[in-house]
Design a protein around this ligand. Sequence first.
Ligand code: CIR
Length: 253
Amino acid sequence: MFTHAIVRKPSESMLSGLTEANLGKPNYKLACKQHQDYIAALHECGIKVTELETLEQYPDACFVEDVALLTPKCAILTHPGASTRKGEVIYIEQAVRDFFSNAEKIEAPGTLEAGDIMMVGNHYYIGLSKRTNAQGAKQLINILERYGLSGSIVEMSGLLHLKTGLSYLENNNLLTFGDMHLHPDFRQFNRIKVENEEAYAANSVWINGTVLVPKGFPKILKAIKNLGYKTREVDMSEFQKLDGGLSCLSLRF
Ligand code: CIR
């Protein structure tokens, strides 16, 4: 169960956020409206939400998930692989320290963005991507093991982050997109395949029994409902333009 989430309001500078999506520039006003609805969805799942102020100097700062990993035992501040995002960490640190007395750090030359981390119980899968390197992943595994948790490295390609292609919905259910569907590391799960035209919805989020699903992906929505979950759609169009998925907009703990 999660009780809290940390989010950060999008800044006007999000128009120059990192992207490979080719979907055009986000509309800032609409992004703010969608962000408010995202917060409403978190509230509906019984979560207390801390909303941090905008950071104009960091266009991607609303994607708070990447700069910290919050576990039941400790917080870990990451070291983003994207150079324009490294400076976000000190700002999230302030917020995280309000809730966690022990905050560990990933250090250079290690890089790690927590969009590459998927939690399954006490185990954390860590995808190697352009943003997360083996050094960063190994540092994280060492930290996790000190706290009685575990981690393992996932080889992958063609995804921005691990959770761009995977979402764990608890109860052994895993949404899988593309190569992830047959990936040897995930064979033990009940895998639900996300079709190519619905790829963006592979990043959905389980929160306390409800699954938040991006709006506009009817096939996967139906498949998730058929598994017995309550679902809540959230319109993410403006964040999709910046390659940001549902999970990226919050730190849940
Ligand atoms: C970036 O490229 O860093 C942002 N525009 C999007 C980050 C998405 N985060 C995530 O998938 N966890």
